[in-house]
Design a protein around this ligand. Structure first.
Ligand code: SF4
Ligand code: SF4
Length: 149
């Protein structure tokens, strides 16, 4: 009997720039970290993240409350494309797009590997319950956080 199951999953065989829109969207692990206020460190060029979330981020699901219209709703929301991954270090360490752009594997808890979208939260790799809304803080710069994972 012929087995049509691919030998390798798509994220190992398909370059980021060649992915379909569906594959591209599926890569997101739903951590919510890219929806936090962040600052570029002038000395290192690295990105300093805060625990201050965009006003549209749902703190429990870690999803955008208006994903289809996000660019119109929030002026500085970045719609991620392969172009942004030429220098991916501005994204969080665990971001699936950054990992693949740097030639690293997806973690065990990524939903594409384990099949469970809740695993990212159980593993403590998301921002669930650990952020404040930008509408409630005076100065996001006072809330710098090292998101170790
Ligand atoms: S940091 Fe990356 S994986 Fe996490 S929500 Fe943002 S785009 Fe998705
Ligand atoms: S508009 Fe939505 S996708 Fe964009 S930063 Fe805010 S919560 Fe994230």
């Amino acid at each position: 009997m012929h087995d049509s199951t691919p030998a390798q999953p798509f994220w190992r065989t398909t370059a980021l720039a060649d992915m379909t829109n569906e594959q591209w969207e599926a890569l997101c692990d739903g951590c919510g970290k890219c929806c936090l206020n962040k600052y570029e460190d002038e000395d290192t060029g690295g990105m300093q993240y805060t625990n201050v979330a965009c006003r549209l981020l749902d703190h429990q699901s870690c999803q955008c409350a208006d994903y289809p219209d996000r660019a119109a709703q929030v002026a500085d929301c970045i719609t991620l494309t392969p172009e942004h991954l030429r220098k991916p270090a501005w994204l969080p360490e665990t971001c699936a797009y950054r990992l693949l752009a740097e030639g690293r594997p997806l973690p065990r808890w990524h939903h594409l590997r384990c099949g469970d979208p809740e695993a990212v939260h159980r593993e403590g790799a998301s921002v669930r319950g650990r952020v404040v809304c930008e509408s409630q803080v005076e100065e996001p710069l006072w809330y710098l956080v090292d998101w170790v994972r």
